[in-house]
Design a protein around this ligand. Structure first.
Ligand code: MN
Length: 247
């Protein structure tokens, strides 16, 4: 069987002065992690219409929602908190369209950080706009300076898709997110929590394979624990199963 293609979402950087160029961009760590499990990532620009998103999903065996900017709180009916970063409407719309197309096609979906938040909001959930201000705890979830370090534990729900993937029910992860799940979307369940109660993973409970984590397993590949690679391996297996079902 030829290698499988998976869509990988990207952000954009708009030129703000002459001589600069506007760019589509995504951290290479995602690309490497997907390649390491035999998948071929196709970078998706953050400017797709709903029709474009359906065209992409029809041609790939999986979709990965990458990390990045805060979502526009209007997407979940909230006023913007001062701590919420500037959002990118075109990226938000692109990724919501990809979620809807993937759900309709039962295309496997892996969400990372913003990807978890996007999945939750696209399916009807809401977010805490700044954990540090609105849910203060002893855990520093927004440790941007230590992307490659494990900073807090996570307890995985036994019997979940995540538990099947990780094999371990207590794992150590990195953490650089300042937002998190508030109300969970009706079709999702939380499958991992930090010690302070912050949701660290979600998944759908029906036959649509989704897995989303609040941490960044792709950044831990140099010092990978079994569960870091296992997430990407589980996604690759889901993509293979979906591809086989469509033959
Ligand atoms: Mn965290």
């Amino acid at each position: 069987m030829p290698k499988l293609l998976v869509a990988l979402t990207a952000s954009s950087k708009t030129a703000t002065s002459p001589g600069k160029y506007s760019r589509v961009r995504v951290n290479e760590a995602y690309v490497r992690a997907l390649q390491s499990v035999g998948l071929v990532p196709i970078v998706i620009p953050p400017s797709l219409s709903p029709d474009d998103a359906r065209a992409v999903i029809a041609r790939v065996s999986g979709v990965v929602l990458s990390g990045g900017e805060d979502l526009d709180p209007a997407l979940y009916g909230a006023a913007r908190h001062p701590a919420t970063q500037k959002s990118k409407a075109a990226r938000d719309a692109t990724e919501v369209s990809l979620v809807e197309a993937a759900r309709d096609a039962r295309c496997p979906l892996l969400g990372i950080c913003r990807g978890l938040q996007l999945l939750n909001v696209a399916l009807g959930g809401t977010l805490v706009q700044d954990l540090g201000m609105l849910r203060p705890s002893e855990i520093a979830h927004a440790l941007e300076s230590s992307r490659m370090h494990r900073v807090h534990g996570v307890t995985v729900l036994s019997g979940s898709r995540l538990a099947a993937a990780t094999g371990d029910l207590v794992i150590e992860v990195n953490s650089f997110h300042h937002q998190g799940v508030d109300q969970l979307a009706p079709s999702l369940r939380a499958t991992a929590y930090a010690p302070d109660g912050v949701v660290e993973a979600v998944e759908t409970t029906d036959d649509w394979w989704t897995l989303a984590v609040q941490w960044h397993p792709e950044e831990l590949q140099q010092d990978a624990k079994p569960w870091d690679r296992a997430l990407f391996q589980a996604f690759a297996q889901a993509c293979e199963a979906a591809a086989a079902a469509h033959i």
